[in-house]
Design a protein around this ligand. Structure first.
Ligand SMILES: *[C@@H]1O[C@H](CO)[C@@H](O)[C@H](O)[C@H]1NC(C)=O
Ligand SMILES: *[C@@H]1O[C@H](CO)[C@@H](O)[C@H](O)[C@H]1NC(C)=O
Ligand SMILES: *[C@@H]1O[C@H](CO)[C@@H](O)[C@H](O)[C@H]1NC(C)=O
Ligand SMILES: *[C@@H]1O[C@H](CO)[C@@H](O)[C@H](O)[C@H]1NC(C)=O
Ligand SMILES: *[C@@H]1O[C@H](CO)[C@@H](O)[C@H](O)[C@H]1NC(C)=O
Ligand SMILES: *[C@@H]1O[C@H](CO)[C@@H](O)[C@H](O)[C@H]1NC(C)=O
Length: 650
């Protein structure tokens, strides 16, 4: 069948005979294996997303992976993380992909690079930049010419940076994945895959192994596999390994068997139970995969954190929490788990485990409670959040139309009539993407797919303020083109609301300028613990205690009696908290964002209800994570989400 790549075994022999130093990696279709430097090679790899681990901890996590017996890692490149605005590129700090590759190489790990453009990954919009939606009718992941032009431009930046890191050029990258599970997407556009193949070859050359990954069935491989790209599959533990690899054989009758995503756990959604997959199930299937000589990538080996606004979502709309722990062998905070040692034992039956010490789990410190004080509501500090002022529009504009892609936007209009009696404010076309905090006489919340109508009261001419939160773009399936903000008209009774003033909000730019000080004694007033309050900012400071060695250490922040919001420490956006919905109650705080020399500045944006009026206005730093609390939609959730359940939605 397809002999697409150089018969590298033969080439390697020639080079050896000629005594030429060799660094080659390829596919041998006769031995059904990869060949590295002329020898049969099998990889046992683990996924780590550099975008979900602070740069400070990259080395620690990579070493722990190496010490588990892995000989490779797999990582995704999120396009939207590196090109935040069209033509503006960022490869610095936590985004320094080349430094990450260098560290992997120094650690003795090969790299399987999943370059996109689409990555899924439970990452905002599957890694595609939201600015692509400026052409409203764009067909993402297809031959749409505007989409392809943007892809070509991006790959023209990314791939030349990757070329020196290819294995045969002296770097760690042995294989590069093109697209991601394309067979699960409705478009089934072979011309698109052919265009990608051409772009990748043009920048990377003919020698590197390019591959695809799809669900392990002929149905998925039909639109996901393409001649010239080596077809691999993904599947979960507990299933029939023989049947799964037979699916790969339908596309690749010979060549190495590869499971590119062998799930060590699974993703969570707000409101649904935290998913746990027992180590024994994974160890058993891993053993079966390895026993047949197959290559495998454990997805995830460490999940890490969706810092800031980077989480994705699934349809029907459910967004993913800040933690991407994934119940992986290394926890969100890089801790060694019982699963780590169980899988290491299986790997040790096939690969020699490296000598030396496994880096220990980092210490966590319970800094205790920190008192916050209210700075003001979003509306009270509006001039600081939106220095350019509002955009005026008859009908609401989307985030993309405002060229603000993440976070929050304030939509304001005036009540056109007296609403003395409760009057219906509604979003008849489910156009609140994704959650709206409504303030007029009182407060209320509209939520995509869940709450499309509330009653309000107020006098004619009063401000109707609607703060809209983008809770993360859909990352899988046909609803990828996920516009944010008020994406359809709101109505008051039957009338469409018009004459909007829309304030783009640069909250991330403003939080550092808030005053952070020691609060006065808390003012206790009697409030209603159930009612919504206007979204507001709270600040406080965390001082690292003296006299204790090795501080600062990692910690977790907990929100006792807070409801939903976002938290920054020293300007670093840690992510969303939502204890009222769960299952995540604590957010991981890596030590690298804390300092001991001066107080650490904390800013909290509480969207619904703080404890401050009735209880202590405190958040609490603890040494143990809680990401598995009980949740309101526990019984709605299938016990384990599997890909094919998503597919049935398409
Ligand atoms: C696994 O799948 C293979 C191939 O389809 C089949 O022959 C075998 O009976 C299956 N094994 C089990 C335990 O279902
Ligand atoms: C609204 O009610 C006030 C009295 O509460 C009245 O003065 C005003 O004329 C009313 N406005 C409209 C538009 O009906
Ligand atoms: C809104 O008010 C109407 C009439 O006043 C009432 O029938 C309805 O139940 C209320 N809806 C909500 C969601 O409170
Ligand atoms: C809002 O309503 C107006 C008038 O019916 C319509 O022209 C416009 O397209 C609507 N806007 C959206 C975003 O649906
Ligand atoms: C916190 O803010 C104060 C000024 O309000 C500043 O002096 C201090 O350096 C800040 N702390 C950090 C860690 O940046
Ligand atoms: C959460 O996990 C911890 C630690 O594994 C366990 O002790 C606890 O019972 C779990 N809680 C729930 C509600 O499942």
């Amino acid at each position: 069948m397809l002999r697409l790549l150089l018969p590298l075994a033969g080439l390697a022999e020639l080079l050896r005979a000629a005594n030429i130093p060799q660094r080659t990696f390829g596919i041998d279709y006769d031995c059904n294996c990869f060949v590295k430097d002329g020898h049969p090679f099998r990889y046992i790899s683990g996924s780590i997303h550099y975008s979900r681990v602070p740069r400070y901890y990259w080395k620690d996590r990579l070493l722990k992976m190496k010490m588990a017996g892995l000989n490779a890692i797999q990582t995704y490149v999120p396009w939207n993380y590196h090109e935040p605005q069209m033509g503006v590129y960022d490869f610095s700090g936590d985004r320094d992909l080349e430094y990450f590759l260098q560290l992997a190489s120094e650690t003795g790990l090969l790299v399987i690079l999943r370059a996109g453009p689409y990555i899924c990954a439970e990452w905002d919009m599957g890694g595609l930049p939201a600015w692509l939606l400026e052409k409203e009718s764009i067909v993402l992941r297809s031959s749409d010419s505007d989409y392809l032009t943007a892809v070509e431009k991006w790959m023209g930046v990314l791939l030349p940076k990757m070329k020196p890191h290819l294995y045969h050029n002296g770097g760690p990258i042995i294989m590069v994945q093109v697209e991601n599970e394309y067979g699960s997407y409705f478009a089934c556009d072979y011309d698109y895959l052919r265009s990608l193949l051409k772009i990748f070859r043009q920048h990377l050359g003919d020698e590197v192994v390019l591959f695809t990954t799809d669900g392990a069935s002929q149905f998925h491989l039909k639109c996901g596999a393409l001649q010239g790209l080596y077809a691999t599959v993904d599947f979960a533990p507990g299933g029939n390994v023989t049947a799964a690899f037979l699916a790969q054989r339908s596309s690749e009758p010979t060549g190495p068997l590869v499971n590119s995503e062998f799930y060590t756990g699974w993703l969570d959604h707000w409101g649904h139970r935290h998913i746990v997959v027992p180590s024994e199930t994974i160890a058993k299937t891993l053993n079966e995969i390895l026993a047949r000589g197959a290559n495998v990538n454990l997805y995830m080996f460490i999940g890490g954190t969706n810092f800031a606004y980077w989480n994705g979502a699934n349809m029907p709309y459910m967004s993913q929490p800040t933690s991407y722990d994934y119940d992986a062998p290394l926890s969100e905070a890089g801790d060694l788990t019982e699963k780590y040692f169980a899988l290491r034992e299986v790997i040790g039956m096939y690969n020699q485990l490296p000598e030396g010490l496994i880096p220990p789990t980092t210490s966590k410190f319970a800094y205790g409670r920190v008192r916050l004080q209210k700075v003001g509501t979003v509306v009270e500090v509006l001039d600081r959040l939106s220095p350019s002022g509002p955009v005026k529009s008859t009908y609401p504009l989307t985030f993309v139309q405002l060229k603000q892609y993440f976070g929050f936007v304030l939509y304001r209009t005036k009540l056109p009539k007296n609403c003395t009696e409760p009057t219906q404010l509604s979003s008849p076309f489910d156009g609140v993407h994704d959650r709206a905090y409504v303030s007029v006489d009182g407060q209320g919340v509209l939520e995509r797919g869940k709450s499309l109508m509330i009653n309000i009261t107020g006098n004619a001419g009063a401000n109707l303020d609607i703060l809209v939160e983008n809770m993360g773009r859909v990352n899988f399936g046909r609803f990828n083109n996920d516009f944010k903000g008020l994406v359809s008209n709101l109505t008051l009774d039957e009338d469409i609301l018009v004459e909007w003033e829309i304030y783009p909000l640069n909250i991330d730019g403003a939080v550092n300028h808030f005053i952070h000080g020691y609060p006065d004694q808390p003012k206790r007033s009697v409030g209603n613990p159930q009612s919504y309050e206007a979204p507001a900012f709270y600040t406080g400071i965390l001082s690292i205690p003296g006299g204790i060695p090795d501080l600062p250490q990692d910690t977790y922040v907990k929100f006792p009696d807070w409801t939903k919001g976002q938290i920054w420490i020293n300007g670093f956006n840690l992510g969303r908290y939502w204890p009222a919905r769960g299952p995540q109650l604590t957010l991981f705080v890596p030590r690298n964002i804390l300092v001991s020399s001066v107080p650490n500045n904390i800013t909290v944006l509480e969207l619904e209800h703080s404890p401050c009026s009735t209880q202590l206005c405190d958040i609490e730093f603890v040494d143990t994570p809680i990401i598995n609390a009980t949740t309101p939609y526990e019984n709605d959730a299938p016990p384990l989400f599997v890909r094919d359940m998503w597919l049935s939605h398409l």
